[in-house]
Design a protein around this ligand. Sequence first.
Ligand SMILES: O=c1ccn([C@@H]2O[C@H](COP(=O)(O)O)[C@@H](O)[C@H]2O)c(=O)[nH]1
Length: 243
Amino acid sequence: MQNTVIIALDFPDRSNTESFLRNFHGESLFVKVGMELFYREGISIVNTLKEKGHRVFLDLKLHDIPNTVHKAMKNLAAAGVDMVNVHGAGGISMMAAAKEGLYAGSSSGQNPLLIAVTQLTSTSEEMLNEELLIKGCSLDQAVLHYALNAKKAGLDGVVSSVNESTVIKEVCGSQFITVTPGIRLAGGKVHDQIRVATPRDAAIAKADYIVAGRSITEAEDPRAAYTQIYQEWSGQQHEITYR
Ligand SMILES: O=c1ccn([C@@H]2O[C@H](COP(=O)(O)O)[C@@H](O)[C@H]2O)c(=O)[nH]1
């Protein structure tokens, strides 16, 4: 069974990342490289993580005109990432162009998963309506609408909070994947997130992947925090997959 706990490697540089990964010596993980690390280290950090046997979600949330996103995706595909994303706010043609570019650039035979961010987990309904002026709908409706757009564009799934995962899967189908950040252990610090949930909530909501960053990276014992999240999520003892 594939490991579906994604650790967000939100570190300033390679050295901090490598020092964190020493907590998981020899283990094959599913990790997420976001803007902070990527803008410092570039594609070489993805290459290194892949060489070390980790699966990589490259979380750059592309959002631009279709032609630009098509070409950017083609380049990202060449790096052999396992999962990559765009902002659903870019629209259906942009998402379709992203898929075309990704598949054109992918050489490994297996295309990376392509998903769209619906509404960031740091967005509340009030913010959606009043600040972003997306009026006349609830946050759940907005997320579901973006998920349906992603499905129309042929994407594999979406990033949403755990709260919306169940309805997305009911409407878009069980094969349409949900990747859910905003994961916190009960009583854990929420930071800048709004729509948070526990790993257990995510399992009940039938999310396909959970993303956990600071609950692990800022923990006194990152390995213990990871193990607790893994067990709560999967209902199983953590089985180490060695590389
Ligand atoms: O809607 C979204 C999309 C992406 N993220 C990313 O996930 C992690 C969450 O980190 P935590 O430390 O567990 O809050 C982070 O890299 C975000 O960029 C998200 O949180 N919400």
